[in-house]
Design a protein around this ligand. Structure first.
Ligand SMILES: Nc1nc2c(ncn2[C@@H]2O[C@H](COP(=O)(O)OP(=O)(O)OP(=O)(O)O)[C@@H](O)[C@H]2O)c(=O)[nH]1
Ligand SMILES: [Mg+2]
Length: 410
């Protein structure tokens, strides 16, 4: 049955989408609405104008989820953080990200409530925020020493100088063991870390999922909710994390130094294939000829790679984070990319994919938690691990046995 998607504002400032019967003329008699809200709210709702009618052809109420039923009412923490974010308060953003990183049950619920509010805000009056051109998510990866921090400092300052607000989220798989790269990064981004239009978030300790933190997507949405229109996600290009990051961003950039094969061996080969943009850094002074050579090498290498997009062929540019040469041109190229992707609909497709990846990351993370905490699994685990180490059974068989133990319960 056809339904209409409507946007509903409550007196306490909360907002939500509703799906209603498309043919239902008298909204106040709509049974679906009555089930969800008390009659005064239905009346208030019924007075909303037709302009809120957004689009039809959505399945009827079976795909409606009552958020309050699932998560409970909002509390002061959520409301406080929400209004802090709306006021673009950086301290609130820091606290909100800490909240979503928490594994504490109550805090997890609060985090979901906060995210729901922010996501609904982002959606605004348009049914889909996915094509929201207001924000731009940029993934940046590169081998250690390529100049990522120096580049983000220069690029970030350029962007804030042009009226943008920039959030930098670091996803550094090594930092959970070394205690975080905060100190290093903040000293290499002295100006940006003091800029009131920038926010730098170091990688959290722990909570990583295949190298990428479980909560990177959340941090992106919160940053955008706090008014940061450009979010840069930085990762060291030597592990698996950059592949996950490539699925979380609108454009994925690879930053490389003007160095030959040996120095670049650390870069995973496949990473070049997922890059939408290759940036050769340090193109200054004596390094210019080497940077030119690397640029030419990458241009010809990319010719033979299959492209991820129908409308965009990955480009290779040369910049210097010291002299800032090439940075304005780089930004122009990124804007051109965004325009092309938007016009072709690929921007929306990628955002949709980002949301799905986000959901699956949570599912995987949650299932792993349940599995590891299961008593049956815990009992069997040491002996099975032992048998695997001794070569008595294959890892595949041990995994099957553990899963069988796990499923016995249910
Ligand atoms: N000549 C030149 N040197 C640069 C440039 N950008 C960065 N560097 C130098 O390269 C070195 C590494 O820079 P970082 O910004 O720390 O590199 P990074 O990629 O963040 O390194 P990790 O955080 O260790 O992964 C530093 O000594 C910088 O001064 C540049 O544009 N030109
Ligand atoms: Mg760095």
């Amino acid at each position: 049955m056809n339904t209409t998607l409507r946007y509903l504002h409550f007196a306490n400032g909360t907002q939500r989408f509703l799906r209603l019967c498309y043919n239902c003329e008298k909204l106040s008699t709509c049974n679906f609405l009555k089930r969800c809200f008390n009659s005064s709210r239905v009346q208030q709702y019924a007075t909303l104008g037709k302009k809120q009618k957004l689009h039809a052809n959505i399945r009827h109420d079976e795909d409606y989820v009552d958020v309050r039923e699932q998560l409970g009412e909002e509390d002061e923490t959520v409301l406080g953080l929400y209004s802090g974010l709306k006021n673009h308060d950086r301290a609130s953003l820091a606290r909100a990200i800490t909240l979503v990183e928490s594994r504490h049950k109550k805090k997890k619920k609060q985090a979901q409530l906060l995210l729901m509010k922010i996501l609904h805000d982002n959606m605004g009056e348009v049914a889909h925020s996915l094509s929201n051109q207001q924000t731009f998510r940029i993934g940046l990866s590169g081998p250690p020493g390529a100049g990522k921090s120096t580049f983000i400092e220069a690029f970030g300052k350029y962007l804030t100088g042009h009226g943008h607000k920039v959030a930098v989220l670091a996803v550094d798989p090594s930092s959970s063991t070394t205690g975080g790269s905060l100190l290093g990064d903040k000293t290499r981004m002295p100006e940006l870390s003091c800029d009131s239009n920038a926010y730098i978030r170091p990688s959290p300790t722990g909570g990583t999922l295949g190298g990428v933190t479980r909560t990177t997507n959340e941090a992106v949405v919160l940053s955008e909710g706090a008014g940061f229109d450009i979010v840069i996600i930085e990762t060291v290009g030597v592990g698996q994390s950059e592949f996950s990051v490539a699925d979380m961003v609108d454009i994925f950039c690879l930053l490389i130094p003007p160095a030959g094969g040996d120095e670049l061996q650390g870069i995973k080969k496949g990473i070049v294939e997922v890059a939408d943009m290759v940036i050769v850094n340090k193109s200054d002074g004596d390094l210019v000829p080497a940077a030119r050579r690397i640029q030419a090498e990458y241009i010809s290498a990319l010719k033979f790679m299959r492209t991820r997009s129908k409308v965009w062929k990955p480009k290779v540019t040369r910049i210097s984070s010291f002299t800032k040469d090439g940075i304005p041109e780089l930004w122009d190229t990124l804007c051109h990319y965004r325009k092309l992707m938007n016009e072709s609909g690929e921007f929306v497709n990628r955002r949709e994919k980002q949301l799905k990846v986000w959901m699956w990351n949570h599912i995987k993370d949650h299932i792993m938690d349940i599995f590891c905490e299961d008593q049956h699994v815990e009992n069997k685990l040491p002996s099975l691990e032992n048998l695997v180490i001794k070569g008595a059974i294959t890892p595949g068989l041990a995994a099957d046995l553990l899963l069988k133990e796990f499923m016995k319960k249910s």
